[in-house]
Design a protein around this ligand. Structure first.
Ligand code: MF3
Ligand code: CO
Ligand code: CO
Length: 274
């Protein structure tokens, strides 16, 4: 795996090399990350029993558009919606539709906003009504796992350090880290190099360098880590039908550590949001 100054690349293409971005990219990513995070803030009051995931998706479309931004998922590889809405045993890429949220559901909403070409990619969990303690505990541990992964990021540390921090914490709670989906480089490209695995060994993998921009988005299952794809070609569910949770931040590596671009301006970092 090689590194390349982003300005020496065709910015909007993935060359396979890991782009090292400069201050303009960080400024762009702050704007894009903020729009996506504000969208998730707006949704906190809208996630209630009886609402369909399609209605949530429409709110995302309208909100992002009103900020002069675009949802990156519309027409992305044949996807047609502004968000992914993943309920209970759905691991990721749940398709918005007629399903009504019901009391006790846990829901991930994943939004990517494109602002001036920059992609802010973030997701959070939402509690519908009053989920069981078991479900809320999974959500809590998943948030903490993501934050521990992010805390491991600084120049010289490795993707394995990040993965290990997440895996060790999740497995200490007898949960499993999904292997089939990972974080990704992001910027003017939605899904760029490198892959960011949410499991690993300390010191293994790619070393972080100042200027790298990528997502950290662990999916944690209450049961085993295996997933299967539904016939719609998008929806990933746990093979054992156990609950799954996910949070996602877009981050950049700084000279001394890490900057999170998608922190909630309203302080709605994890549920309960009320
Ligand atoms: N936002 C998702 C991610 O975190 C990607 C969704 S792609 C879609 O990378 F096509 F499923 F929407
Ligand atoms: Co992502
Ligand atoms: Co996402």
């Amino acid at each position: 795996m090689s590194y390349v100054p982003a300005q020496e690349t065709t910015a909007t293409r993935s060359s396979g090399a890991v782009k090292l971005h400069g201050p303009e990219a960080f400024a762009g990513m702050r704007r894009a990350g903020r729009v996506a995070a504000e969208c998730l803030d707006m949704l906190a009051a809208k996630v209630v029993p009886g609402v369909t995931t399609k209605a949530i998706d429409n709110l995302v479309y309208d909100f992002v558009g009103a900020q002069g931004a675009l949802p990156a998922t519309v027409f992305y590889r044949g996807y047609r919606h502004s968000s992914c809405t993943s309920i209970n045993e759905v691991v990721c890429h749940g398709i918005p539709g007629d399903r009504e949220l019901k009391d006790g559901d846990i829901l991930n909403i994943d939004v990517t906003a494109i602002v001036d070409g920059w992609h802010g990619d973030t997701s959070r969990m939402y509690l519908v009504g009053d989920p069981a303690l078991k479900a809320r505990r999974l959500v809590d541990v998943t948030y903490e796992a993501m934050m521990r992964g992010i805390a491991a990021i600084k120049p010289g540390a490795t993707t394995g350090d990040l993965g290990h921090a997440i895996q060790a914490f999740a497995e200490a709670h007898s949960y499993a880290v999904v292997r089939d989906f990972c974080g990704h480089g992001v910027g003017q490209v939605f899904h760029d190099a490198p892959n960011i695995l949410h499991y690993g060994r300390p010191g293994a993998g790619l070393a972080f360098r100042e200027g790298m921009i990528f997502t950290v988005e662990p999916m944690i299952n209450a049961g085993k880590y295996a997933v299967k794809l539904k016939p719609d070609g998008w929806t990933a569910v746990t093979k054992d039908r156990s609950l799954s949770a996910q949070f996602e931040h877009t981050v950049g590596v700084t000279a001394t550590g890490v900057e999170i671009f998608t922190t909630s301006p309203a302080g709605l970092h994890k549920p309960p949001y009320a």
